[in-house]
Design a protein around this ligand. Structure first.
Ligand code: GLU
Length: 298
């Protein structure tokens, strides 16, 4: 049994990311689970700085007192595992030659959050049609899901039901897709508790369905409301001193940052000195706020 935190090494973790990591750690440790780390670097593996960014992310988590159980998993080193998992569901895979624009034009009106289910254009191409398209464009690989309806239970959002469209497993640039890799890795790491930002809530029915298809049991889900800046938009690095490094320069050390985040979660009084062990003693999942956190940006 394990929980996990799975950052993408695109830039240093900001206060919202650190808060989600703290909640994931608290939920895992509170329920006696291991806590796993995974670096989601499939997109960034070719970027030389990604290794340094990831090392900084791990150091920041440690600075807040969030320990994790080895080994750290790097997605860029798991390509053989993704290929093997894809082969195991090979009868459901098909090549898709659609561009984004073609999908947008063929699809019905977008669903919630702008999501456009794949309209199935390439699902039943003949071998001759495929051969012709291959000469024009490298295919992506999609997984036939037969419009399965999947319900998941989220700790805070309750029942969430989604129709699973034929989603991309491997992109046309050859990179394994997030929705596929995340499920293969959660299974490999023994993850049965997923705590992450609520921007990914709508992906969970699809991921739960894939977990079953690969022979596993879907994990429990808890999607944490995101951090926003004072104007109400999603917190970003340009919003000011929002990383541990920026805050250190402004004279705010990791322990104070932990205190600030803990206050936002109702686990500490403003200005109180806390450490991760004390927060774990106090932690009770049902009292966590369900609203976005408006970060007091300096
Ligand atoms: N790597 C994703 C992110 O940084 C998180 C994926 C997940 O937790 O499932 O947003």
């Amino acid at each position: 049994m394990a929980g996990r935190y799975a950052p993408s090494p695109t830039s240093a973790l900001h206060l919202g990311n650190l808060r989600t990591a703290l909640v994931a750690w608290l939920m895992a440790r509170h329920t006696g689970r291991e806590f796993r780390l995974r670096i989601e670097d499939l997109d960034t593996a070719r970027v030389t700085a990604a290794g340094d960014v990831a090392a900084g992310q791990l150091a920041d988590l440690r600075a807040l007192g969030l320990d994790f159980d080895p080994p750290v998993l790097w997605q860029s080193r798991r390509l053989a595992a993704y290929a093997e998992a894809a082969a195991s569901v090979g009868d459901r895979l098909y090549e898709c030659f659609c561009t984004r624009r073609e999908i947008a034009e063929a699809a019905s009106a977008p669903h919630a959050g702008g999501f456009r289910p794949y309209p199935g254009t390439c699902r039943n191409l003949t071998e001759a049609e495929r051969a012709a398209r291959r000469r024009q464009r490298r295919p992506a690989l999609r997984l036939r899901a037969d419009a399965a309806v999947q319900t998941v239970h989220d700790q805070w959002a309750g029942e969430v039901t989604g129709v699973v469209d034929d989603f991309v497993v491997r992109r046309n640039d050859g990179v394994w897709a997030y929705n596929f890799a995340v499920v293969v890795d959660d299974l490999a790491q023994g993850v049965d508790q997923v705590v992450r930002g609520d921007d990914l809530l709508s992906s969970s029915p699809r991921q739960a369905w894939l977990t079953r298809l690969l022979g596993g049991r879907p994990p429990s889900y808890a999607h944490v409301p995101l951090a926003v800046n004072p104007t109400g938009t999603r917190l970003a690095k340009r919003d000011g001193a929002v990383t541990l490094a920026d805050l250190a320069v402004a004279g705010v050390g990791p322990q104070q940052v932990l205190g600030l985040i803990a206050t936002s979660l109702g686990l500490a009084d403003p200005g109180e000195r806390v450490d991760s062990g004390l927060l774990l003693d106090r932690f009770e999942p049902s009292v966590l706020p369900r609203e976005p956190w408006v970060v007091p940006v300096v």
